[in-house]
Design a protein around this ligand. Sequence first.
Ligand code: NAP
Length: 339
Amino acid sequence: MNKRLTLAARPEKGIKVSDFKMETVEIPKLKKNEFLIKVLFLSVAPVMKFYMLDGAGIESPMKIGDTMRGRGVGEVIASNNAEFVVGDIVQGKCGWQEYVVCDGSSYHMMYKVSQRGISYSTALGILGMTGFTSYFGLYKIGALKKGENVLVSAAAGGVGSNVGKLARIKGAKAVGLASTDEKCKILTEKLGYHGAINYKKENVSERIDAFFPDGVDVFFDNVAGAILDTALTKLKRYARVVCCGRISQYENIDGTEYQLKNWHFIYKTRSKMQGFFIYDFEEEFPKAEKEMAQWIKDGKLTFQEDILEGLENMPVALNRLFEKKNVGKQLVRIGLPSN
Ligand SMILES: NC(=O)c1ccc[n+]([C@@H]2O[C@H](COP(=O)([O-])OP(=O)(O)OC[C@H]3O[C@@H](n4cnc5c(N)ncnc54)[C@H](OP(=O)(O)O)[C@@H]3O)[C@@H](O)[C@H]2O)c1
């Protein structure tokens, strides 16, 4: 039998457990080319709130009753497909469920995970979309150079928690913003940041000036809103603003989005602001994965995961992102591998 969480209601402010319905259904018999995956870990990401909303325009809107969308990593436990055999570890669109039947077609975007002797969870974190977002955001969109100053918002979140070390690897200096002293301590003691700013209780503008008296070369922005507005005033000439995410605005679904006041600093400093979608870099994922895996092996790159247990905790895990509770990549362990 398969347990799955389906969409029961569309979220308003915050995500509720009652927005989902737990169902138990029979696992269908495998047809030609199909294979069965036992899900090991599922990922949560802020964008999932938009999957749940009608007409959000990111992917086709979900219908009430659909299995909640999301990526996972799992083990192939039965197969009629020559390409995906029993024992393979795969990553792709699993949905919020314990087992998933795939036929290898493009919908599930399933690919095999290189087994590099580190936890399979990393295929959803540092060696998956989250890590790739940090890597391509910083190196390609941010075009980071040695000796530069990097400022990062939501620095203790999934994407942000990788950026401090990635900046250090390139010989740059990173300062991160986070909402608590505990997160700030982790930023400097574990995650490679040269400094941290508690944006809830410190004067952000003054603290950026103290760390970077000559300004910021790369602002890696995960939150937008007031933090982005302040950061714009700190840009050096020819700076790059990496528009990765806008989580501070994801609750403003009623048209009350924050209006930037400091646009003119882009003109004044001849800077660039660029958004991106991580799948734009899909062809380069294997190269990034290999490089980051090597850095992990060499001890240059570490990663931070925040793992809850059990499918029933998926709504709680998703909400933790909006409640600012997660430290590092938020994941949920769903099942155990056979070995
Ligand atoms: N462009 C792409 O292709 C792409 C790909 C993946 C992710 N993203 C985006 O990148 C960002 C980071 O993604 P993630 O999965 O790693 O999530 P995440 O950073 O782990 O998100 C949760 C964190 O965001 C911060 N946050 C939550 N609400 C906030 C608010 N109202 N104001 C300011 N900060 C708030 C909190 O950290 P604090 O303690 O710092 O407040 C929280 O712990 C998201 O905006 C996501 O949508 C973009």
